[in-house]
Design a protein around this ligand. Structure first.
Ligand SMILES: [Zn+2]
Length: 206
């Protein structure tokens, strides 16, 4: 299985499936199978009757009616999962939106993972102190000492990328490093932090 296929399936199961009804899920998968999973193309032209016929004969043997198919397709479109195009003799053109690009999936991916209140070391000021103590009042990026007055907390995985307020994701950070790291992953921020450290050391030597 290619990485892209794996990603498609994972996103579908993790984010999209919980937001769809079973019918919607299976019809979306059916269309995905004929488009992105088949040849990587986003579009597939197929008749509603063909869908109703091939789709209905599932494990339960339940026939899904033409009317139901129409309704479910409309629901999928209103949820941003597909775009219904023109209809000709050969059927209707459906553009299948990959899970990552569906608005409701995007929202879920962006939302920080919820954590237990006890686990929140960011908003509770007493717990912030515990965190600074854990890190020996030292910026975890440049090694500078920090004090109660200038210590900040950095989200190692930024909140915008799903990072939460758990102890494991928080780092004691100086103001300078935090302003550089803010909103970035460590990999993205590392070159800038390194540059800043070098500049600061040079200044100190003068
Ligand atoms: Zn620092």
């Amino acid at each position: 299985m290619s990485d892209k296929t794996k990603q498609l399936i994972q996103d579908f199961v993790d984010y999209l499936m919980p937001a769809l009804t079973p019918y919607e899920s299976s019809l979306y998968l059916f269309l995905l199978r004929l488009s992105l999973l088949q040849d990587g193309a986003e579009q597939v032209r197929i008749g509603k009757r063909t869908i109703a016929e091939s789709f209905g004969s599932g494990a339960q043997g339940a026939e899904i009616s033409y009317k139901q198919v129409t309704k479910v397709l409309q629901n999928l479109e209103s949820k941003g999962c597909i775009v219904i195009g023109d209809t000709i003799r050969d059927g209707t053109m459906y553009t299948v939106v990959q899970p990552r690009d569906i608005p409701l999936v995007k929202e879920k991916i962006a939302a920080p993972a919820p954590i237990d209140e006890d686990e929140d070391f960011f908003t509770d000021s007493d717990k912030r102190i515990l965190l600074f103590e854990r890190d020996s009042w030292t910026c975890q990026y440049c090694g500078d000492r920090v004090t109660k007055d200038n210590a900040t907390i950095d989200h190692y995985v930024p909140q915008s990328k799903g990072g939460n307020h758990s102890k494991a994701n928080l780092r004691t950070c100086c103001l300078v490093c935090n302003s550089i790291k803010s909103g970035k992953s460590f990999e993205e921020a590392a070159p800038f932090i390194l540059k800043s450290i070098q500049e600061r050391r040079q200044k100190q030597q003068k």
